[in-house]
Design a protein around this ligand. Structure first.
Ligand code: GLC
Length: 716
């Protein structure tokens, strides 16, 4: 074991010869050390790290996963999986995010940088023990010390590199559905947004836009004159976001397939032939995204659609999902033949059923193909969790080749830590279930801790049918998620806002308008988090360390100023909340009408009507509010409303930039620093403008401890 010191508070323990994942961007200096802090090691076939947790320790992290913000009590398996049924017992979803934080008697973070299977048993097997099992003994273990979870997260984000920033328009509302079948339908949807006056910035194109599910092709029949159509839709205010899948269809004459075979860009089987699996188009090859050349080749192909005016993509099925292989089908048929005419009992019948169920995403298949890494064949199974990450890296590298300083929208389904530098993620195929609103709430801070700030769920739920109330409540939560996309599966009930009754439509519309009004705050907080290696969504215990705050799982901090308490139960018109301090409550409906109340510290039951979104402004903090428009580009923010809950003083740093380029990386952005200080019966206001040319006026609404509102206008 070699040990490296990275900065003052991070040690990396290297076991064997790990596969380079590129998750961490900071190297360390070798030091002399022969034992591991915190953990006991058990070495058998696999390697196990053991830690005894104290009764009140909280374990945060693990990104995209089931269960609570506090991960105690569960067993989680990092193995990127195409599993569309996110029921509570599931142990693997689409991402592999091997970072946890122990917060309690001792405070430290742990990152297992390993692209194969890793099991986190966090008090499942034995309630007091954290057991991390790594199947393969070649990996890097990082231990990060810090005084608080926030400090540990920040140190971690610092070593994994700066997070992805989408274009500003990608903070607008986005509409998706598998599948709008043709250009006519897409335009009809766009027109309905316009008719209903509902802001929307993007419409997604699911697999039906392609010709026979072939990547980088567009069906001439269903989307004739694609380039003109993209332009026409942009003129109407909608960007189109096409899907790209991992598998490349095997078909003579299809350029990408032929080129890939000729140049050896696909993953191979044990005979060195391109590996064959089947997904949407039937048989496909998988591009070898772990191979630099293949990655660059595939990345350039995005240019075909970019040339048509496309500015955003979603990368899907990149775990990679496998519907079947010949091996799987043959094996199942073989078993079925053996069973023919037999009297099957409990074991043999269910065994046969499982044979068929296990045709998809089968471990045998993942073990039977290889990547070519600098001339050496590496079995896919050993590096499985890096596949989606590298597909997405390929797209990002492609964009950088085509337009080096332009931001593109990019989200991926599968991911590994480090991918957050290239794109955001959506959380895959959830259901239109109330439980999945709550899962969405709990997942957001965990994803943030692993670097994935630009994320969100399929609002309204992907599978099953949503009713109006569920769509309303989910929308009311999603207005706070950086990625705000409503998506649903083919065959389910439509769930665009106007697909429901008048009242639900109108409530969703107000919520979406509020989202646009919140963009100055959301964007400012998002960007500051990216630049300062901080998070956007946090558990409330990251700021309040009292005993109750440490237990809260269904209230979140959004940026530095806000706390939210989403509704996730049907027919509910209120809920219990814990207020760790006095806060200013705005139950937002129509955001241009604002009434405030002070809610005192303590346990409270809050009435929340179906059209209300409770927004809490923390003590001595500030919310900036703009206006809505039909698209983000059209927002006129000459005037910002500044809502402050000032017990004695409150301050805010408002960030903005061009929203399109990567110039912010060179420090090219503007800031407005607002300082409010209570002076007897009045307030002293100090405003410093560092380069903002858009905002001309600040309309302050300062609320004091007694609830008295003082209004002031400041020209800047
Ligand atoms: C996968 C994706 C989903 C998409 C569907 C069809 O299930 O997760 O979002 O709509 O494939 O492309």
């Amino acid at each position: 074991m070699k040990v490296y010191k990275i900065g003052d508070n991070i040690l990396k323990y290297r076991f064997g010869t790990p596969f380079p994942t590129d998750a961490v961007v900071k190297a360390g200096e070798g030091i002399e050390k022969d034992s591991i802090d915190y953990f006991q090691i058990e070495e058998k076939e696999e390697l196990k790290l053991l830690y005894k947790m104290a009764p009140k320790d909280i374990v945060f992290g693990l990104g995209e996963n089931q269960r609570g913000i506090n991960k105690r009590g569960g067993k989680y398996i990092s193995f990127c999986s195409d599993d569309p049924n996110h029921t509570p017992g599931k142990r693997s979803l689409y991402g592999a995010h091997n970072f946890i934080i122990i917060d309690g008697m001792e405070n430290f973070g742990v990152f297992i940088d390993h692209p194969g299977k890793v099991v986190f048993d966090i008090g499942f097997n034995h309630k007091d023990y954290l057991e991390i099992t790594i199947e393969d003994k070649n990996f890097d273990l990082y231990i990060i010390e810090g005084n608080s979870p926030r400090e540990i997260v920040s140190s971690f984000l610092n070593i994994i590199g700066e997070g992805y920033v989408p274009p500003k328009w990608a903070f607008g509302y986005q509409q998706s559905r598998w599948s709008y079948p043709d250009a006519e339908k897409v335009e009809e949807i766009a027109d309905k947004f316009i008719e209903n006056n509902i802001p929307c910035d993007a419409i997604y194109l699911d697999i039906d836009y392609m010709e026979d599910y072939k990547n980088f092709t567009v069906s001439e029949e269903r989307f004739p004159n694609f380039k003109e159509f993209v332009e026409k839709m942009k003129d109407k205010g909608f960007r189109l976001i096409p899907i790209i899948d991992a598998g490349v269809k095997i078909e003579d004459g299809y350029e990408i397939y032929e080129e890939g075979v000729e140049k050896g860009y696909f993953c191979v089987n044990s005979e060195g032939e391109p590996f064959v699996a089947a997904v949407w188009p039937g048989r496909v090859h998988f591009p070898d995204f772990l191979n630099r050349e293949s990655r660059l080749w595939f990345g350039k192909k995005y240019g075909k659609l970019i040339d048509c005016g496309i500015e955003g993509f979603w990368n899907d099925m990149n775990e990679p999902a496998i519907f079947y292989t010949n091996r799987g089908i043959e094996q199942a048929i073989e078993e079925a033949k053996k069973a023919e005419g037999k009297n099957l009992n409990i074991d043999s019948f269910f065994g046969l059923k499982d044979e068929f169920r296990d045709i998809s995403n089968n471990i045998e298949d993942y073990k039977s193909f290889y990547h070519n890494i600098e001339g050496k064949l590496v079995n896919h199974y050993d590096v499985h969790n890096l596949y989606g990450y590298n597909m997405t890296r390929s797209a990002d590298e492609g964009f950088k080749n085509i337009a080096p300083n332009k931001r593109f929208l990019l989200i991926s389904r599968s991911s590994y830590i480090g991918m957050h530098r290239h794109s955001g993620i959506w959380t895959g195929d959830n259901h239109s279930w109330w439980e999945h609103i709550l899962l969405n709430v709990k997942m957001m801070p965990s994803l943030n801790m692993c670097g994935f700030l630009y994320s969100g769920a399929d609002t309204g739920g992907f599978s099953d049918d949503a009713n109006g109330e569920l769509a309303v409540r989910w929308t009311q939560f999603s207005i706070f998620t950086p990625l705000f996309r409503n998506h649903s599966a083919k065959g389910t009930r439509h769930q665009e806002p106007f697909a429901f009754d008048e009242e639900s439509n109108s409530i969703m519309k107000e919520a979406i308008k509020l989202r646009y009004g919140l963009i100055p705050y959301i964007y400012s907080e998002y960007m500051k988090a990216i630049i300062n290696k901080d998070i956007y969504f946090a558990p409330i215990s990251f700021e309040y360390n009292d005993e109750y705050s440490r237990r809260v799982e269904d209230q979140l901090l959004v940026g530095d100023s806000l706390m939210i308490s989403p509704i996730y139960e049907e027919n509910s018109r209120g809920r219990y909340i814990w207020l760790p301090e006095d806060m200013l409550l705005w139950k937002a409906k129509d955001y241009s009408e604002r009434k405030y109340e002070i809610v005192e510290k303590g346990h409270r039951y809050l009435d929340i009507d179906i059209d209300e979104i409770p927004i809490f402004i923390r003590k001595n903090k500030v919310l900036v509010l703009g206006k809505h428009a039909n698209t983000v580009d059209d927002i006129d923010n000459e005037e910002l409303v500044v809502i402050a809950f000032a017990e004695d003083k409150a301050s805010y740093t408002y960030y903005d930039d061009d929203g399109r380029s990567l110039d912010y990386r060179d420090g090219i952005y503007s800031k407005i620093i607002i300082e409010i200080e209570k002076r007897e019966d009045d307030y002293q206001i100090n405003v410093e403008n560092h380069g903002n040319k858009d905002i001309k006026r600040l309309k302050l609404e300062i609320v004091d401890r007694e609830g008295k509102v003082t209004k002031k206008t400041i020209n800047i």
